[in-house]
Ligand binder design. Structure first.
Ligand code: SAH
Ligand code: SF4
Length: 456
């Protein structure tokens, strides 16, 4: 890192701090990788900007889960040729899941000469070395070697938020859901030792964060690859034991590995939020089998029932894919049926996107894109109605919320997140941001919830 800092100084001079723009796409895991890249750049002497014209280094930390995410990045990278023409010192890099794929790296090599260096998810910890080369060598760098199995500890993190911090507990995925590219670009599951996780959790609490998000593609498999270490429910309990006023969330929980033991931990630990993200993907057992998900809708319902019985006020969210290859209208109606039965508070819905190298990519996919869009819209409408009904049922109730800012510019309009993940807009002093407050819900319309501060 020191050598890099010297090279940075040599290239950009010492009259100002060189500026980097790091843009991360996709899941929270990827955003956390971006925070690590920013941590490393910060140690090399970089400041940060959002303006492509003010940046000396531009790095796109990409997502490969759906085609749209990839298209967007190609669009952005395409536009950078103007910036390169204006600033000969500008370095452009591409990293993350998209970059890990060989066909993407080849496309960049051939058609996007404005990109100076490319590295995949496996090379994240080698970023200083790759960047040093980019600074000194007059050739483009492509490093997508698969060094699966390595967990690099001690990488500095520059967290984007001041209230919530994400904490990866494991990397990779072993599940090979037939539609999903993640196992191909992030490698096999590897868990961090509980000692390292707990150490980082204590640091996060000591730094004043109010919420810790434990991250993994399948957090329920945590520890299965370690000898004599904690299981995920045990890890949750250990994080819960750290003194301090903070909340714990986790994602993602795979239904096939979600146990009663995990639900009991959520029920019994006061800091763990009563919100569970439990992606179901489809309501048809036939499609779940084709997706290689390893659970049935009946097993899924029994988890939901058990959680509802044990955890007061629990709310659920989920991911659903519409238009998986071979999905019929009957299968889709079973998804609608499941959504109506579970009554999720929110849903992340996706139209199936064909991914290179996955099993589903070679399956027959006869349903037209316009038909899939119709189904997708129908699912959104059903979910909107459920969300509105659930939120309306909460009017008149008072919740302890963690105060965040709303997206708009009114300083006094704040947003508070309840434990079960409802966002309530309310008026209050900006000094409340980052604190807990009691808020009563006064109205709920069109998935927007308004509340008022209540004195404790
Ligand atoms: N590990 C997590 C999330 C992985 S990606 C899990 O198993 O739930 C996040 C979501 O993207 C998935 O849950 C799935 O709903 C969606 N997704 C993944 N691959 C997709 C594809 N090829 N097309 C459409 N949606 C996809
Ligand atoms: Fe993808 Fe399935 Fe792994 Fe989630 S569990 S990352 S959907 S393969």
């Amino acid at each position: 890192m020191k050598k890099c800092a010297e090279l940075v100084l040599r290239r950009y001079g010492d009259h100002r701090s060189p500026m980097a723009l790091v843009r991360s796409y996709g899941c929270q895991q990827n955003v956390n990788d971006g925070e690590k890249i920013m941590g490393m750049l910060s140690e090399m002497g970089f400041g940060f900007t959002d303006d492509v014209n003010a940046a000396d280094v531009i790095l796109y930390n990409t997502c490969a889960v759906r085609e749209n995410a990839e298209k967007k990045v190609f669009g952005f990278v395409g536009e950078l040729s103007h910036c390169k023409a204006r600033n000969e010192n500008l370095l452009v890099g591409l990293c993350g899941c998209m970059a890990q794929q060989e066909h993407i790296s080849a496309k960049i090599k051939k058609s996007y000469p404005q990109v100076d260096f490319v590295f995949g998810t496996h090379a994240l910890y080698r970023f200083p070395e790759i960047f040093c080369k980019a600074l000194t060598e007059h050739q483009r760098i492509f490093d997508i070697e698969n060094s699966d199995g390595i967990i690099a500890e001690g990488i500095p993190v520059r967290r984007l938020g001041k209230i919530q911090a994400s904490l990866p507990i494991m990397y990779g995925c072993n599940n090979f859901c037939t539609y999903c590219v993640v196992p191909l670009v992030r490698g096999r599951e590897r868990s961090r030792s509980s000692k390292d996780v707990l150490q980082e959790a204590r640091e996060i609490v000591a730094a004043g964060y109010r919420e810790i998000m434990l991250l993994g593609q399948n957090v329920n498999s945590y520890g299965k690859d370690l000898d004599n270490d904690l299981s995920f429910p045990e890890l949750l309990r250990a994080v819960n034991d750290i003194p301090g006023d903070f909340r714990i969330r986790f994602m993602t929980s795979h239904p096939k590995d979600c146990t009663k033991e995990l639900i009991d931990a959520v029920a019994e630990c006061n800091k763990i939020c009563n919100h569970i993200h439990l992606p179901v993907q489809s309501g048809s057992d036939r499609i779940l089998k084709l997706m290689n998900r390893h659970y049935t809708t009946e097993e899924y319902f029994s988890l939901i029932d058990y959680a509802r019985e044990k955890i007061p006020d629990v709310m659920f969210s989920s991911d659903i894919i519409v238009g998986f290859p071979g999905e019929t209208h009957e299968d889709f109606l079973e998804t609608i049926n499941l959504v109506q039965k579970v009554r999720y508070a929110s849903l992340f819905t996706f139209i199936y996107s064909k991914r290179v190298g996955t099993k589903a990519a070679s399956m027959e996919d006869p349903v037209s894109a316009s038909e899939k869009s119709k189904w997708f819209q129908e699912l959104l409408d059903v979910q909107r109605k459920i969300t509105d009904e659930l939120y309306r049922d909460c009017v008149g109730r008072t919740y302890r919320v963690l105060v965040e800012r709303t997206g708009d510019h009114d300083d006094y309009l704040l947003a508070g997140r309840t434990e079960n993940n409802i966002i309530i807009d309310f008026e209050g002093d900006p000094s409340l941001v980052g604190e807990f407050a009691m808020v009563e819900i006064v109205s709920a319309n069109n998935r927007s919830v308004r509340g008022k501060l209540v004195n404790e």
